[in-house]
Design a protein. Structure first.
Length: 153
């Protein structure tokens, strides 16, 4: 029993030391270190890529619904499109949130559609739950979300 307590205490000490090494208080974060910022209108700006993002309705969407939503989006002057796979991959941050993207995105989707077709009946998307790309039928919508992207204005 004493050995168990020693191991537990050592594990706790290691966890505390690790968390101190990993954490940085908000007061220590410089504005130029912040990658994503979110405006009052919901537009998220990525300082690294120069892209602007807008999170789609948190509901299941097939590819047609996602595409229609993006094409009809007029927030902040419009000009939105569906993202590419490389653009989606650039958002992936393992462990940053339950959906592995910056918490500012507040996206509930585990899979996000891209604008890239695989063939006439399938399109590419990105699985934020595991960081992998893949394709699905364009009429399939369960767990599929939409994000809109545009070049910074």
């Amino acid at each position: 029993m004493a050995q168990w307590h020693r191991l537990s205490a050592m594990a706790l000490v290691l966890l505390v030391l690790w968390s101190f090494g990993k954490s940085q208080s908000l007061a220590e974060v410089k504005p130029e270190q912040v990658r994503f910022t979110k405006a009052a209108n919901g537009v998220i700006t990525d300082r690294v890529t120069g892209l602007e993002w807008y999170v789609g309705p948190n509901q299941d969407n097939n590819w047609h619904e996602a595409k229609a939503w993006v094409e009809n989006l007029t927030v902040a002057g419009g000009g939105w499109r569906m993202p590419t796979i490389p653009e989606l991959k650039a958002l992936y941050q393992n462990g940053a949130s339950p959906y592995n993207m910056d918490p500012l995105f507040e996206n509930q989707g585990v899979w996000v559609w891209s604008g890239q077709m695989n063939d006439a009946t399938t399109a590419w998307g990105y699985a934020f739950y595991n960081g992998l790309e893949g394709w699905h039928g364009i009429n399939y919508g369960y767990g599929r979300q939409a994000l809109a992207v545009r070049s910074r204005r």
